[in-house]
Design a protein around this ligand. Structure first.
Ligand code: SF4
Ligand code: SF4
Length: 638
């Protein structure tokens, strides 16, 4: 069981920001927790799921973020506190309901946590969730430390109940995944509360304009509450030469930068934890006392724009200011924040130089790193079934010879846009987009379009957002081939289950949803293949490509190697026969290491031969089938 359920008030634990949010929710008496997995938010629900049964919670991986918010809302309407978590892309999906829920209102506290991914380490977008709070006229909180994440979470439930509206909290990768000391508070005793929906009250958006008006009046009340919030804090001199206004991860980076530059006595830092609506009086009071303002925030200039709006409204009172931030290009518009970026901005404003390391040391370190670190392209794991799937699809499209291409959505298979997928993926974007785009391309024949289109989709993505575009394709008689790469998990985010797996977030056995039967029921022609059967998979693809009528679905089913490897022994001992493999001279053009590119295959420069890296090869045996010289030998391990 996760340490987040430890019943030890006053004890200090080292917790990740996401663990602290989960702990805060427990201390607040949360009952229902929902999410669709997405880095960097996933650990919040994983932690809550691990304590669900002993703590009397209901936790679910919903099929997408909009459904997650709807399930959490039902709990809130029934008097149970609920938490819903997602990453920034997920909020786009949930926003359709969020922009009604703001008007509908809630009963018991409802907290919506979104975790943004600055630098897009594990995302298809670098997107700021915060404008959604402004768009929906809802309160927004941003923690800076793990302790604050826990306290804010607790407070957010109370705030949500007091105002009768959902409360938003935004984390970023560094606040979600960094660890910090957290002092535990008490866990509430079981209250035996019965869930109950009061049907004398209609919960809908009407009358819309009156409820919209109420949202704006809420913002005035929220400003008053936020003016007294301990999550907004100032450190620095009474009348600083410059003021940093920051939030989230920027709070610690700003303090570090000032310390390193020795500017603590000259520059103040105003940390805003309640970033929408802004605590106006506090900000205006600080602006009055400084001539210069620097904004430090990730990703967009949300604080910057909103504070400048305030400054315009109060210009007579605060006088002229010089603003620095993203718009002045003192802080980059993209990428994660760090102390170096703040140092660089302050250095330009105060004309000071800071050199953490000598240029000579930097050059030496770069040289050593280049020599010692092996270069590694983004690719699939050794033995990944997706590599084999892409191999067969590539060969089928080549044989088909009509300039076919593939579309895609979000998932580990999206690596197919690079060498790992032989550059097959040409356009994609959001969840389900691959099939939606293919549905469109598949209707262009009357305009002379004659290229085959293959929509790549994952099994979890199928349930999330790819069923509606497949229905669209079937209904509108679009000509496409949809490939569902069914690896029986949500692999990219850490192997969460989905409806096709037969297990839910609570660890219960459930009847798996049959993807094949679902596709057939829509009217698609369906075939199933094992991607490690390279020839059989290629033939299934060729048959689907040759069929000019309607939607064809090819399910390429094999469990993710990362899971399979935990449960099963290596199937094959694989080696390269040095007598047959003569590399460049045998006419294969080093197909195994230049094109197929499993990381378990190496090119031995000295011997001018291919070699198996026994440390990482998982013995799947697929490479034995791609070597044209039959130089790779696989022997079954008994
Ligand atoms: S193992 Fe086969 S494909 Fe790889 S270099 Fe040797 S002969 Fe060529
Ligand atoms: S058997 Fe070949 S394809 Fe499979 S993991 Fe080992 S090197 Fe890679």
């Amino acid at each position: 069981m996760s340490i987040i359920a430890l019943d030890a008030p006053g004890k200090e634990l080292l917790l990740m920001g996401n663990e602290a949010i989960a702990r805060g929710a427990l201390e607040a008496g949360v009952k229902v927790c929902t999410a669709y997995p997405g880095t960097p938010s996933t650990d919040i629900i994983e932690n809550l799921a691990s304590v669900a049964k002993p703590m009397g919670l209901y936790v679910e991986w919903s099929i997408n973020e909009k459904v997650a918010l709807e399930v959490a809302s039902a709990a809130s309407f029934s008097g149970l506190r609920a938490l819903c978590a997602m990453k920034q892309n997920g909020l786009n999906v949930a926003s359709d309901y969020l922009l009604s829920l703001n008007l509908i209102g809630i009963e018991a506290g409802l907290l919506l946590v979104t975790c943004d991914d600055p630098s897009a380490h594990s995302s298809s977008t670098e997107q700021d969730s915060r404008p959604f709070a402004k768009l929906a006229d809802l309160p927004l909180l941003e923690p800076s430390t793990s302790q604050e994440a826990k306290e804010m979470t607790k407070w957010a439930f109370a705030l949500s109940e007091e105002m009768g509206i959902v409360c938003l909290m935004r984390g970023v990768t560094r606040t979600s995944h960094a660890r910090g000391n957290v002092t535990l508070g008490p866990l509430p005793s079981p209250d035996g509360r019965k869930a109950w929906f009061d049907k004398t009250r209609q919960r809908n958006t009407h009358p819309v304009y009156q409820k919209h008006d109420q949202l704006h009046r809420n913002l005035i009340r929220l400003e008053e509450i936020f003016a007294a919030s301990p999550f907004n804090q100032y450190i620095g001199p009474e009348r600083p030469k410059a003021l940093i206004i920051t939030c989230g991860s920027g709070w610690l980076y700003s303090q570090e930068a000032l310390e390193l530059l020795g500017l603590e006595d000259a520059v103040g830092v105003l940390k805003i934890g309640t970033t929408w609506p802004l605590p106006t009086t506090m900000i205006i009071e600080k602006l009055e006392k400084t001539p210069k303002v620097l904004f430090v925030e990730e990703v967009d200039s949300f604080l910057e724009g909103n504070v400048k709006e305030l400054a315009a409204d109060f210009s007579g009172q605060i006088g002229p200011k010089t603003f620095f931030g993203k718009r002045s290009q003192h802080i980059p518009f993209f990428g994660e924040m760090n102390a170096d970026r703040v140092i660089d901005a302050l250095g330009k404003i105060f004309q000071v130089r800071y050199q953490a390391r000598s240029p000579r040391y930097e050059a030496q370190a770069a040289e050593v790193a280049e020599k010692m670190l092996p270069s590694r392209a983004l690719g699939f794991c050794p033995g990944c079934p997706h590599r084999a799937s892409y191999w067969s699809i590539k060969n089928a499209l080549q044989l088909d010879n009509r300039q076919g291409f593939a579309t895609y959505d979000i998932g580990c298979y999206a690596l197919g846009r690079g060498p790992a997928g032989y550059y097959l993926l040409k356009t994609g974007g959001a969840m389900g987009t691959g099939t939606g785009l293919a549905s469109g391309f598949g209707k262009l024949a009357s305009f002379g379009f004659d290229q085959p289109v293959v929509a790549m989709c994952g099994d979890s993505t199928f349930f999330h957002a790819a069923m509606p575009p497949l229905v669209n394709a079937c209904y509108n008689k679009s000509n496409l081939v949809m490939v569902i790469l069914d690896n029986s998990t949500t692999a990219m985010t850490g192997f969460q289950p989905h409806p096709g797996v037969g297990r839910n977030a609570m660890g219960e056995e459930v009847a798996p949803v049959d993807i094949e039967a679902v596709c057939r029921s829509f009217g698609a022609k369906v075939s199933v293949t094992d991607p490690f059967d390279l020839e059989g998979t290629k033939q299934k693809m060729l048959q689907a490509l040759e069929d000019p009528v309607g939607a064809k679905v090819v399910i390429m089913r094999r469990q993710c190697q990362m899971l399979k490897g935990k449960e099963e022994k290596l199937p094959y001992q694989v080696r390269v026969n040095p007598e047959i493999c003569i590399g460049d001279d045998c006419g294969c053009d080093r197909l195994c290491t230049r094109v197929f590119k499993c990381p378990g295959l190496m090119w031995d420069k000295k011997l001018a031969q291919a070699r198996i890296d026994e440390v990482i090869c998982v013995g799947c045996g697929v490479c034995a089938d791609i070597c044209p010289e039959k130089a790779i030998i696989k022997e079954e391990i008994r």
